[in-house]
Ligand binder design. Structure first.
Ligand code: UD1
Ligand code: CA
Length: 489
């Protein structure tokens, strides 16, 4: 908690979000760049290290409460059972704190749960201006190209100070022409806020308690009402429908990519590259087109990922290369390679210089340094030693229908193509297995495991059993000299 931390940040997130047309998800749980809308609001609020961080929930409150408990345990959920307006929401939050014996003293920031582009820095600038100017309330405003739907900022003609906020539905035609709007984010003096909320009525077009009415109330009582105009109106954009959701995602993604590029990451095609907020990287990483980096994915120095890859919670080591790959919870070591067309599932761990090649799936398995699984294989619940090569089209048969079992292949082994390793099974260091083997028993170090039936050929089978087919004709042509009947005398 820093010296000028606010007493509280109150995030308003109880609204219905009807325009999202969602039966399953409350508006504030829709995601942008790997974080829910309300999660973005909480993350920005946390940067101010407030003494109290309150989220007002209402619509689909069980889901929102569960999400907050799981992902943002520092936030306290307060229920607003009926959504009687933004003023009512803040009043409910303050009354709930008061009922718990928490009397706020200092600054209260009110922000909204549906503006994911709003940063902690913007909240900080608002709080600083509020304190520096000695205001009773300070509103974050923006000048927007399309003010429809927002509350408009009415300024005093004489001194230019904010006089009131009028909602779209309550505004005159002249007021609707104003393009400075209320972002829905405010800094208040806590005591003045409590007093002003007590005076808010529901005498308006929507019959709600408007938080915005507190500005006029405080100004009439002689308090300073300040405004901070956002430098870029896009920072305060609120989400009401899925078109705005996509737009915000694009804007936030652009911001995240720009930050990565300025830190030394090459992004070949920003238009088809998507980063989540938690993605981290080192200089000289290269991201090729059509690549999604999700969760806490990390790119090591000089690594190259893409094209056409989706990596979630995956660590890519320095100099590693991953192409056309889907990965989740995997670790790709320094100078290791994956793909094209690899699927790395949770617990796939590739040591330095290991290789997972084309059409290979790896789950919960370690590949030692320089180990290779180049083609068409499934490696699950396995340990593969350093320097080992697994032949094409091999499968660790890890599941007996009830339990999973491990396959252990030692160091510097050469296993043949088309092997089935029936787990649990262990192949000793330096061992070989024959192509086409079903390996059911352990192979000792340095041994050769052969597990396949003896081949037998039945001569002339096709001509006898499939007469008249093209196969039979080809067979006849191939065997003509041998089939020649000895010349008759
Ligand atoms: C509100 C503002 C408007 C501003 C706009 C910015 C008021 C009266 N109007 O309008 O001036 O330009 O936001 O986006 O404040 N909420 C609750 N409980 C409620 C009602 C709303 O928690 O009873 C929450 C919503 O979930 C949302 C936020 O408050 O996060 C804003 O509510 P919304 O209904 O979207 O208000 P607007 O009409 O957009
Ligand atoms: Ca809104």
């Amino acid at each position: 908690m820093s010296a000028n931390s606010p007493a509280a940040v109150v995030v308003l997130a109880a609204g219905g979000g009807t325009r999202m047309k969602s039966n399953r998800l409350p508006k504030v749980l829709h995601e942008v760049c790997g974080r829910s809308l309300v999660g973005h609001a909480v993350a920005a609020a946390e940067e101010l290290t407030p003494e109290q961080l309150v989220v007002v929930i209402g619509h689909m409150r069980e889901k929102v409460a569960e999400h907050l408990a799981a992902h943002h345990p520092g936030a306290r959920a307060v229920v607003q059972a009926e959504q009687n307006g933004t003023g009512h929401a803040v009043r409910t939050a303050l009354e709930t704190l008061a009922a718990d014996g928490i009397e706020l003293d200092g600054t209260v920031i009110v922000t909204t749960g549906d503006a994911p582009l709003l940063t902690g820095g913007t909240l900080r600038a608002l709080a600083d201006a509020h304190a520096g100017q000695g205001n009773g309330v300070t509103v974050l405003t923006a000048v927007v190209p399309e003010p429809f739907g927002y509350g408009r900022i009415l300024r005093d003609e004489a001194d230019g100070a904010v006089a009131a906020i009028v909602e779209e539905k309550d505004a005159s035609d002249a007021q609707r022409a104003i393009d400075e709007i209320n972002s829905g984010v405010f800094a208040f003096d806590a005591k003045l806020l409590v007093g002003a909320l007590a005076e808010v009525t529901t005498d308006n077009a929507q019959g709600e308690e408007y938080l915005t009415d507190t500005l006029e109330i405080l100004r009439r009582a002689g308090h300073r009402v300040g405004a901070v105009v956002a430098a870029d109106y896009r920072d305060i954009l609120g989400i009401n429908d899925r078109v705005q959701l996509a737009h915000a995602r694009r804007l936030l993604n652009d911001r995240l990519l720009e930050r990565a590029m300025r830190a030394g990451v090459t992004v070949v095609d920003p238009a088809t590259t998507w980063f989540d907020v938690q993605v981290s990287y080192e200089p000289d990483a290269v991201v090729l087109p059509n690549t999604q980096l999700q969760g806490a994915t990390h790119l090591g120095e000089g690594s190259e990922v893409g094209p056409n890859s989706t990596l979630k919670d995956t660590r890519i080591g320095a100099g590693a290369r991953v192409s056309n790959t889907t990965a989740d919870g995997a670790e790709v070591g320094e100078l290791a390679t994956a793909g094209p067309y690899a699927y790395l599932r949770p617990g796939a761990r590739l040591a330095r210089k290991a290789k997972v090649g084309t059409y290979v799936e790896v789950k919960n398995s370690e590949l030692g340094e320089g180990a290779k699984v180049p083609h068409l294989s499934y490696i699950g619940d396995a340990t593969i030693g350093e320097g080992t090569n697994v032949g094409a089209a091999s499968v660790t048969v890890n599941y007996d229908g009830v339990n999973k079992h491990r396959t252990v292949i030692g160091a510097h082994c050469r296993t043949g193509s088309d092997n089935m390793f029936i787990a649990p099974v262990t192949i000793g260091d330096g061992a070989y297995t024959a192509a086409g083997s079903v390996i059911t028993n352990d192979v000792p170090a340095g041994g050769l495991g052969v597990g396949r039936a003896q081949q037998r050929n039945i001569a002339g089978w096709v001509e006898r059993k499939r007469p008249g087919t093209t196969s039979a004709q080809a067979a006849a042509a191939a065997s003509e000299p041998a089939a020649e009947v000895p010349a008759e005398g």
